[in-house]
Design a binder for this molecule. Structure first.
Ligand SMILES: Cc1cc2nc3c(=O)[nH]c(=O)nc-3n(C[C@H](O)[C@H](O)[C@H](O)COP(=O)(O)OP(=O)(O)OC[C@H]3O[C@@H](n4cnc5c(N)ncnc54)[C@H](O)[C@@H]3O)c2cc1C
Length: 436
């Protein structure tokens, strides 16, 4: 393939930065990647467990995640892609209720019978919506209450919104909920069972394989290499400032979280920066438990009790069984919160002490003796606050600085922030470089 004169600097070695470089390479455009951490992966970063890799934060995929699935195949890991039937449940007053199939809703005792019907109708109504723009004008709370009942909101949804969006729970856009209902509801086998995907060997395998293939083709990947600024002249990108020097580039793609982008895009106009600065984020702290025994047969347990200090328990080994992890069972205990929340800053032991009584309540057989290892991971920009009208605030891939493009998780709306959407936006940014 003919080599282009363009030289692109990519900031960030998460899935978006790697996918952008992959896309550029396919079109013969040279790229360098700068990652401030010692390892690639970003939010999908990983650690080693009994000879394999596991993400710091739970990472499944839906069968609708076409861009990620395509990338996995292109990288040569298609055979590692597995889809499994999984169970979802909700913990409500001392019991886990199954909520995997539509029929489970009819049996969901925490809701009065008529409200179960109302809830079912709400889901059906969501599936019929074609254009989400009108839904973005109202909050999910108002939309749920208007289309089902206050009880449905209080018992089913309110705890989930509070756990994922904290003090912003009542502001979340109905468009986000709509997309979540359609997306997760759409990830089903032909028989209607919930089906989620995963990459055998973990996403560490994907990043390692991409790193190797990109490097072989001449992409330079710099780790421990924070970019301190995007250099411009007369409103046009000229390079990246890193390690005390400026490296010239004709184009730059920023593939970081939005606040990280704003911290290096100092030359962008103030009005643009202050609009983007209005988008808030929640952090996430996830405790990973390596266990001798299985907590339950449910992959994803939503905790609906507002007193419970965590949102959900995601048992990885109910997606990919324990034989892949040396016989250990692995569970993620997740909580979203403001980074100022004292719990965000707790040590692993402090957090476990807060969680332990609740873990024993949700899984009555669980004891401390089951624990082989506890690990704790934090990320400050884990979820953008997608309040009503977010559709009008989505950051554009094209920035006011010529030849500077943006691919960031905050662009993903109304869909949830799946990695696959990160790949989609990375492709779009790469396409802009290629066609420019
Ligand atoms: C708790 C949790 C659960 C999730 N579950 C799922 C799931 O089940 N399925 C799914 O598909 N997705 C899931 N996601 C979302 C998924 O992780 C993200 O969508 C995706 O990883 C974002 O990729 P990215 O490349 O856009 O950003 P990031 O992964 O954030 O990568 C950005 C990179 O830029 C680097 N960087 C920042 N500033 C600089 C700088 N100045 N110089 C150099 N480098 C810099 C960072 O270190 C980072 O590595 C989850 C996320 C969280 C937090």
């Amino acid at each position: 393939m003919e080599k282009s004169e363009k030289r692109t600097g990519i900031v960030g070695g998460g899935i978006s930065g790697m996918a952008a470089a992959w896309e550029l390479l396919k079109k013969g455009v040279a790229a360098d990647i700068y990652e401030r951490d010692a390892t690639l992966g970003g939010l999908a970063g990983w650690f080693s467990v009994n000879g394999t890799t596991l993400e710091k934060f739970y990472h499944h995929l839906y069968n609708l995640d076409k861009d990620l699935i395509q990338l996995i195949h292109e990288v040569g890991l298609g055979e590692n892609l597995v889809f499994r039937q999984t169970n979802t449940g909700a913990f409500y007053v001392n019991k886990i209720y199954r909520l995997s199939k539509p029929i489970d809703l009819i049996k969901y005792k925490p809701l009065p019978f008529m409200d179960r019907i109302r809830m079912g109708l709400l889901v059906l109504k969501a599936r019929k919506v074609q254009d989400w723009r009108d839904l973005d004008k109202i909050s999910a709370k108002d939309w749920i209450i208007r289309n089902s009942s206050q009880t449905v909101y209080d018992i089913v949804w309110s705890p989930l919104f509070r756990s994922k969006f904290g003090r912003y729970a009542n502001e979340v856009s109905a468009a986000w909920l709509w997309s979540k209902l359609v997306q997760r509801g759409g990830s089903r086998s032909k028989g209607g069972a919930e089906e989620l995907g995963y990459l055998k060997g973990g996403y560490g395998l994907l990043f390692n394989q991409m790193e190797q293939k990109l490097t072989e083709q001449g992409v330079r990947i710099f780790k421990n290499a924070p970019v301190d600024g995007i250099e411009t002249r007369n409103g046009i990108v000229t390079g990246l400032r890193t390690g005390g020097q400026t490296i010239p580039y004709t184009h730059v793609i920023a593939c970081t979280q939005l606040p990280d982008y704003l911290s290096i895009a100092g030359d962008a106009p103030e009005g643009y920066r202050s609009e983007l600065n209005k988008i808030g984020f929640l952090g996430n702290a996830t405790l990973v438990m390596r266990l001798r025994k299985r907590l339950s047969d449910t992959y994803w347990v939503n905790i609906t009790d507002p007193e419970c200090p965590f949102v959900g328990v995601i048992e990885q080994t109910n997606l990919l069984d324990e034989s892949h992890y040396g016989g250990n069972h692995l569970a993620y205990i997740s909580r979203y919160m403001d980074v100022q929340d004292p719990m965000y800053n707790m040590t692993v032991d402090e957090l476990y002490r807060v969680y332990a009584p609740w873990l024993k309540k949700v899984f009555p057989e669980f004891t401390d003796e089951w624990i082989e290892e506890l690990m704790l991971w934090h990320e400050p920009y884990s979820q953008a606050v997608v309040s009503t009208g977010y559709g009008d605030r989505i950051p554009d891939a094209v920035t006011p600085i010529k030849n500077l493009y943006l691919s960031t998780m905050a662009q993903i709306f109304p869909e949830d922030r799946q990695m696959s959407n990160g790949v989609k936006f990375a492709k779009k940014a790469a396409e802009l470089v290629i066609s420019e």
